[in-house]
Design a protein around this ligand. Structure first.
Ligand code: ADP
Length: 758
């Protein structure tokens, strides 16, 4: 056959080299995936270039003119098509794929191309079929220039390339995506190679009778390489909506099933493989009954009937069956598919696997039930409030404590149901709720012996703790309140206080009489009595004084605890109070051989105190300091101003207080163990009373002590506001009132006798 009558021609290798390069490009693009239509069109154009290259090589190697004609003609099919295919690539690249699906554009683009291909193949109008006009040069056969319509084919493909460039350029100028702009520039440069260079050597020059070596194939190959580079360098292509949808459908976790009005499955997505273990083909064409399995009846009622009636089904819970017969709970939504005329041609359903959700809900329910059981059975009362103070949960214990029924309190505002008093102060549920967004779980309030007035005026005392969790505001939980009923304890405590108070009162009168008579006896016949008897009377007097001090302390305690201790606050000169108190202790200090000094900061402001009560505190601390310091030691009283407080320190060089005792020092009846053995007599009430008095002044009291080295007790009192405005006359009047109400000769005396050694 003449077409394979070939002779070696080194120039043919250049064509084959181009074929090889395009082959590599094609391989790479195909392995990249052809789902993107721009990739697909690009590979078609590469295939066309490969075909062109092969025919060119064969034409160059042909020995006879007829052979060359055959290959040239075959090659024309390839090169005439390149322009159209490349334009199709460009159109999909710029995201206008829909243009390609129109019949009209397909006709223009491919119809015209096919027509030219037809002309090239069956007439001599584009490629000369006349061997007489072909002649061989070193590198090729030459002959096409005589054909009348070669320019038309050339013009056509160049036109398509120019349109491609135009589209690419417009895309480049409108897109904002920098990567895509760069990609586009590469593609434009790639197209320019064949359009400019190829057209000249293979088209324009031959048309004008000038024949040089034809380099369109290598240049088109450079285009392939450049475009391929752009594809790989920037993996970006227009995303087609159709492709996106099909991708979503195939990758989504929900089962998508399309069935016809007779309930035969027409389409399922790949989720059936993952969720149910079916192959897609196993379900398509089957009745939907297969999908529903043993849950068919339910499925039919809940899903199929409503949609057959034209209703939309949304999120109904049904079971479908997996390939191995396992029932799988799903949430099923379905709607009908209608054609533009409104006729139903199918139904589409989406099934979401809710096994995990169900497990989750089961666990949650179990947790909730556990919690409810715990809540029901504990003896402590529990209330949960929302962030507005409405009761959203209450356990039986809480109802018992409050003497209420659930309907009395649940979903009502706590303040509307109960009145709460912390001491004398009324509090509201706002005090039990967090007032800001919490960053961690926290205790909001802890109240002891909170007085609650429930409806029906029932009065109870509770200890209460209110806590909040940090997620509270997200779930509408304000606080969780736990409470225990301490009414009985409170009652007992009150009875105790009443009893102590009554007993102390009853003891006071006879004691005053005893001390009175003893002091008269000592004064009037003391000198006449023999020494031993006088000693007895002395001891009896001292003991009765100590007893009187104890009684007074007990009365103070009961007054404090009943809230009956009232203060007469006035602006007073603190330095004179300090001086008086220290002076009162001079004799005792001398007797005990302890150096007692005081040091006052200059210009001390007046302080707002109840003179009588606060002197009690100071005397108490000085008395303690003297009592717990050995002979030869010293006690210093120092007064200083700090901010709007005056701070008084009582510093001793005594035995000190062990660290373990410090936290309980200011509590009732507390004495450091061992002091009794050292012979000091006390009640353990002095510091408790002192703290209560300082607290009532809104001051602070504290101690720093080192065991065996000494202690410093300090307390603060507030500076009086508008000191200079105090009217001395008014003050005097107040003072006299106080004296009449609280004047009690014994009291002061008793305090001073407190530490008198036996
Ligand atoms: P008391 O009547 O026992 O002195 P207080 O309440 O005044 O009662 O003091 C309680 C205890 O604190 C005392 O028993 C003593 O052990 C200890 N204490 C108080 N003041 C001092 C002090 N200055 N030095 C050492 N211990 C002290």
């Amino acid at each position: 056959m003449y077409i394979f009558d070939l002779a070696f021609n080194p120039f043919a290798f250049l064509s084959l080299l181009a074929v090889a390069a395009n082959g590599i490009v094609l391989y790479l693009v195909i392995s990249e995936g052809l789902q993107i239509s721009a990739n697909r069109w690009f590979s078609y154009s590469v295939i066309a270039v490969i075909a062109w290259g092969i025919t060119e090589a064969f034409s160059r190697m042909s020995v006879t003119a007829n052979g060359a004609i055959f290959w040239e003609t075959l090659g024309a099919i390839a090169w005439i098509s390149v322009g159209a295919i490349f334009l199709a690539f460009t159109i999909s690249y710029v995201g206008k794929e829909e243009v390609l699906s129109k019949i009209s554009s397909q006709l223009i683009l491919f119809g015209s191309t096919l027509f030219l291909v037809f002309l090239a193949w069956s007439t001599g109008l584009i490629v000369s079929h006349n061997p007489a006009i072909y002649h061989k040069v070193d590198y090729d056969w030459i002959g096409t220039l005589e054909t009348p319509f070669f320019w038309l084919a050339l013009g056509w493909i160049d036109l398509l390339f120019v349109i491609s460039i135009g589209l690419l350029f417009r895309f480049w100028s409108t897109t904002k995506d920098l990567q895509r702009r760069k990609q586009t520039v590469f593609i434009i440069i790639g197209v320019l190679f064949p359009v400019v260079g190829g057209s000249i050597t293979n088209g324009l020059l031959p048309i004008f009778g000038i024949n040089i070596f034809k380099i369109a194939v290598p240049l088109t190959t450079m285009m392939s390489i450049t475009v391929a580079y752009a594809i790989f360098r920037y993996k970006l292509f227009a995303i087609s909506p159709g492709m996106v949808v099909s991708n979503i459908v195939e990758t989504m976790n929900e089962i998508l099933v399309v069935f016809n009005p007779d309930h035969y499955i027409e389409f399922v997505n790949s989720a059936v493989e993952r969720v149910l273990g079916y192959k897609k083909e196993e379900l398509t064409g089957q009745s939907i009954k297969k999908l529903a399995g043993s849950g068919w009846q339910n499925f039919e009622n809940k899903v199929l009937k409503p949609i057959d009636e034209g209703k939309q089904v949304s999120g109904v819970e049904v079971n479908i069956e997996s390939a191995n017969g396992q029932a799988i709970p799903v949430s099923f939504s379905s709607s009908v598919l209608k054609n533009p005329k409104g006729e139903v041609y199918g139904e589409v359903g989406i099934a979401t696997d809710i096994r995990e959700t169900k497990d989750f809900i089961t666990n949650l329910t179990a947790e909730r039930n556990k919690l409810t059981t715990v809540m029901q059975s504990i003896v402590d009362g529990v209330l949960a409030l929302d962030s507005f103070g409405h009761v959203i949960l209450v356990n039986p214990a809480a109802l018992t404590i409050l003497g209420l029924e659930e309907k009395d309190i649940l979903y009502r505002k706590l303040d509307e149901v109960l009145t709460m008093y912390d001491g004398n102060q009324k509090i509201s549920c706002g005090d039990l709720l967090p007032n800001k967004q919490l960053t961690k779980d926290a205790v909001i309030a802890q109240k002891k012996a909170l007085k609650i007035i429930a409806p029906s005026d029932r009065q109870i005392f509770i200890n209460l703790t209110s806590s909040a969790i940090k997620e509270g505001s997200e779930v509408g939980l304000g606080a969780i309140i736990t409470m225990s009923d301490v009414s009985k304890e409170k009652e007992l405590e009150e009875m105790k206080i009443d009893f102590v108070s009554m007993a102390a009162h009853e003891l006071r009168t006879p004691l005053t009489a005893v001390r009175g008579y003893l002091s008269v006896l000592l004064e009037e016949s003391g000198k006449k009595l023999p020494k031993e008897e006088k000693d007895f009377v002395d001891k009896a007097f001292i003991a009765s004084s100590q007893l009187a001090a104890l009684v007074e302390n007990l009365l103070s305690v009961s007054r404090i605890e009943r809230g009956a201790m009232k203060l007469q606050i006035e602006a007073v000169d603190w330095s004179s109070i300090v001086k008086d108190s220290v002076n009162n202790f001079e004799p005792l200090a001398k007797e005990k051989k302890i150096k007692l000094t005081f040091e006052l900061q200059e210009n001390l402001p007046k302080v707002a105190v109840d003179q009588f009560r606060i002197s009690e505190v100071l005397s108490n601390l000085i008395a303690n300091a003297l009592a717990y310091t050995k002979a030869g030691g010293s006690v210093d009283v120092l007064v200083e101003t700090k901010g709007n407080e005056v701070i008084t320190h009582v510093k001793d060089t005594g035995q000190g207080i062990p660290e373990s005792a410090l936290p309980r020092l200011f509590t009732k009846f507390f004495r450091v163990s061992g002091v009794l053995e050292q012979g000091s007599k006390g009640t353990g009430l002095g510091l408790y009373i002192s703290k209560a008095i300082v607290d009532m002044h809104k001051g602070r009291i504290w101690v720093e002590s080192k065991d065996g080295v000494g202690s410093t007790f300090s307390f603060s009192v507030p500076v009086a506001e508008n000191t200079d405005k105090t009217d001395p006359i008014e003050n005097k009047a107040k003072q006299s009132v106080e004296v009449t109400t609280t004047a009690d000769g014994n009291k002061k005396e008793a305090r001073f006798f407190k530490r008198k050694p036996a």
